[in-house]
Design a binder for this molecule. Sequence first.
Ligand code: IPM
Ligand code: MN
Length: 365
Amino acid sequence: MEKVIAILEGDGIGPEIVREAIKVLNAIESKYNHKFTLNKAPFGAGAYFTEGSPFPEKTKLVCDEADAILKGPIGLAVEKMSDIPKEHRPEQGALLPLRKRYDTFANFRPVQLPKELASFSPLKESVIGDGIDIIMIRELVGGIYFGDKTEGASTGMKYAKDECPYTYDQVERVARVAFEEAQKRKVQLCNIHKSNVLATSRFWNEIVETVAKEFSGVPYSSILVDNAAFQLVKNPSQFNGIMLTENMQGDILTDQGGGIVGSLGMLPSVCVGPEKCYAEAAHGSAPDIAGKNIANPFSMIGSVGLLLDKSFNLKDEAEDINNSLFKVFKQGFLTADLTTPDSAKDKILSTCDFGDKVVENIQGG
Ligand code: IPM
Ligand code: MN
């Protein structure tokens, strides 16, 4: 297969983890006889300083012409962000516009922890049980993230307002994607909502339940988001399968998923649109550890696997990447974010060494 992939390295640890992701992509290319042409383009806070925009026109062109996009995390330390005008900050000026441009409405974030790696979790081994295997599917281009935002004053009182609009079609399409995934994987689907308070959640549920009727073979349940947060910690594997969420609730629960499996460094992600997908790690740019070669590249590398699956339907390649990633940990190695005071120091891998181990596993498997 011959494909073009746009590479947006991003900020902070972005360049160093994207480098490892590319190593793995190259290993897959050789093993399975593909040709991926990689086109780099500036994106994020760094791009604002060098190009005057966090999502420059030339980057849009590179992305438009690519078959898929691989994107590193973006953003600077909070105190440095104030050097950038609000509209050019990487979230408002680059990330949300990227999601909107390619209408990447379905964000897949697998929260996985095989039972052999239960010690990574802050939860007791008995709580991890036979392991966690959840795919959180988060609606990504609707709701409060993209609703009108107002800041003003009325009768002398200052106020701010974020609207949370959802259309029927927006809910239906992500629900359908989630049920199709559940059907394909032969797993249950749990729908997350806050229908005891929010009109958008009641609307959301009505549509999800209509779609559920078309998928009678998929075990279906729904749960209030606050209860889901609680249950995820008490007994995460009860959700093994698909969890479907709207945008904001999904943002929060997916980070919680990272906490449960031990690190946000363990949370890959792919954002699926009608024509194009882009991959990004679910975590931020960790400016405090940037350039030290200690970041965990698992999320970024895992995102490559998801991208190959969702963009090009390369299932074997995606599985190979996922297995090779977990194998590094099963071989007893760790990354800095996963260490505890009793971890063996000689087992802690640098960013680069972790990437090399994944490549070895791909080549050896
Ligand atoms: C994520 C991030 C983004 C989000 C931020 C950087 C705008 O937290 O991808 O989860 O809130 O969607
Ligand atoms: Mn987030």
